[in-house]
Write a new protein. Structure first.
Length: 197
């Protein structure tokens, strides 16, 4: 199953909307973290904030702050529509975010304060909310409309409100499956009482 999802992620999706959202974000992120000359940095951040407000927030209805950390190959199948990301969130490589996803913080007084950290190769379904200082492990899946308030380990699936964690059993390798079949046949042949009945 993982290979199938990975193969699907090799094709670009999201079209022009996703390209605009990610282009504006990457430009702002570069200015925010790489430009060190104070006057130039402030001027470029001001220009970025105007473009971000007009294009990304107003027309495309998304929030991708320049200060959040997003890895390579972020996929936005629906162009990033309605996606809200906290300014301190960290998102790994090869992550897929469907529309209406919120990756946000919990404010002081409402629980543990902080922002999410999302691992690599994570699939987040439409309408999912990931709130607070949670860690989403590599290859995890957050199903549609789930509300995640606690850590999700690697290779697990989170479903529901609040999200329940389901661990997927690893698929047995072909060699292991053949070996298990041979062991079962040997046990059957070794027990004459069972074959006589």
């Amino acid at each position: 199953m993982r290979e199938t999802l990975f193969e699907q992620q090799q094709h670009p999706v999201g079209g022009l909307h996703a390209a605009i959202v990610l282009g504006v974000y990457r430009t702002g992120n570069f200015i925010y973290y790489k430009i060190k000359i104070p006057v130039v940095r402030e001027l470029l951040l001001f220009l970025y904030s105007i473009i971000d407000y007009l294009l990304v927030r107003t027309i495309l209805n998304s929030e991708f702050p320049a200060s959040c950390r997003i890895g390579r190959n972020l996929r936005l199948p629906h162009g990033g529509r309605g996606i809200i990301i906290d300014r301190d969130a960290v998102i790994g490589d090869d992550v897929t975010l469907f529309h209406q996803v919120t990756i946000g913080r919990i404010m002081a007084g409402y629980g543990r304060e902080g922002s999410p950290i999302i691992g690599n190769h994570v699939l987040i379904g439409m309408g999912a909310k990931i709130l607070g200082p949670v860690h989403i492990g590599d290859h995890a899946k957050i199903e549609a409309n789930s509300v995640v308030l606690r850590d999700v380990p690697a290779d697990a699936t989170a479903v529901g409100i609040p999200a329940k964690i389901f661990h997927e059993a690893p698929e047995p390798e072909a060699d292991e499956a053949a070996e298990d079949a041979e062991n079962a046949e040997r046990e059957k042949a070794a027990d004459p009482a069972e074959t006589a009945v």
